[in-house]
Ligand binder design. Structure first.
Ligand code: CO
Length: 132
């Protein structure tokens, strides 16, 4: 079902505070910072030889990232994998009793259809599926 890793999502308190490490010291390339006010979210996209990392910063207390930071203090938030056909993947997972956060795909930060699998069904790993 999964084709390859799409990106790793990291929850940070502040993108500005996280960039000196990821960009300046570790040497990942900052490709874009995207404001998503409708989801109270700011995302910095970093790239290293085909591996993409998203630094996720909540911009309001209602954002999922702010809640995650409050509970866990930051760190790896989710792993995203490419699938060729997201509707079919969601249907298969659902039929196999896997709990889904998104029963229908929605538009993600990169503009592609995405859906999250509930961490209760994956040993506490939040997984995102993405179709190109
Ligand atoms: Co993601």
């Amino acid at each position: 079902m999964l084709e390859k890793l799409s990106h790793i999502g990291i929850a940070v308190k502040s993108i500005e505070e996280a960039l000196p490490l990821y960009r300046d010291i570790l040497g990942m390339k900052l490709t874009e910072i995207k404001e998503m006010p409708e989801r109270s979210l700011r995302v910095a996209f970093l790239e290293l030889d085909g591996t993409i990392m998203e630094l996720l910063e909540g911009t309001g207390p209602e954002s999922a990232i702010s809640k995650f930071l409050e509970k866990r203090g930051g760190g790896v938030h989710h792993l995203c994998f490419k699938v060729s056909e997201i509707d079919g993947a969601l249907q298969t997972l659902s039929e196999k009793g896997i709990r889904l956060i998104d029963k229908q795909a929605r538009v993600g930060a990169e503009g592609n259809p995405v859906a999250f699998i509930h961490p209760a069904s994956t040993g506490k790993v939040l997984m995102e599926l993405e179709q190109d």
